[in-house]
Design a protein around this ligand. Sequence first.
Ligand SMILES: Nc1ncnc2c1ncn2[C@@H]1O[C@H](COP(=O)(O)OP(=O)(O)O)[C@@H](O)[C@H]1O
Ligand SMILES: N[C@@H](CCC(=O)OP(=O)(O)O)C(=O)O
Length: 255
Amino acid sequence: MKRLVIKVGTAVLTQNNELALERLGNLVDLIAKLKNEKNYEVILVSSGAVGAGFTKLKLDKKQIANRQALAAIGQPLLMKHYKKKFQEYDIKCAQMLLIADDFDSRKRTKNAQNVMEILLSNNILPILNENDVIANYELLFGDNDQLAAHVAYHFKADMLAILSDIDGYYNKNPREFDDAVLQKNISFIDDCELEMKHTPNSEFATGGIVTKLKAAKFLMNNNIPMYLSSGFDLTNAYDFLVEENHKSGTLFKAQ
Ligand SMILES: Nc1ncnc2c1ncn2[C@@H]1O[C@H](COP(=O)(O)OP(=O)(O)O)[C@@H](O)[C@H]1O
Ligand SMILES: N[C@@H](CCC(=O)OP(=O)(O)O)C(=O)O
């Protein structure tokens, strides 16, 4: 039995200030295949609460308290759509909202681990996000890429797959350089690569490539592979995760 954490970013789940329901639906189709056909245990880390909230209330997103309020509005909305779509496959969902601090406390981590084991052993799909409402600035992971890496580590996953607005890790920013080349396999990340400026591609996202590299480095140090590919077009993720054929996307794996 393989345990897989899948993380999907804001840019994939939203489009023109609306929820991108077709893309959310495609993601659910992929997860259902992994669960029902491959018998994988899947944990979903989904961003998009702030973006979803903004579809309902146009608050100034620059203020942290407003973003927290938007997350409070958007999180149940996201869950509503996941629940509806997963119902087509008879898959039940659960919600877990965590903050970085939770993993600093052995007791809280143990509580969350106990809940996770009960959910997975009952074939429930846990959907995780940062608990934006109570996380103050210092407590924020700052992004769900690193939250997903900690989730993979503490819930003993075999792999983290990040489905992003980019189809892999390039040797330079592909939005600035036409000759950027996708790197299929990465076995080492130099600390200087983590110093690059943050480059999120959507106004609601907080990550950018640097947070993905930080997540990958943390996991590589703990011998857990991480795969990065597009969440817009799930073909590569399907080939890699379902067909076990690495045609494209980046696999970060320590040698
Ligand atoms: N070397 C690189 N390889 C891939 N993407 C890069 C690179 N350098 C910068 N980026 C930028 O990082 C973005 C991915 O981060 P982000 O927009 O936060 O994704 P998500 O919303 O999926 O978390 C890419 O769309 C791209 O603009
Ligand atoms: N907890 C926030 C996460 C924001 C975030 O990290 O976005 P992303 O960089 O797209 O993964 C939300 O749900 O809006």
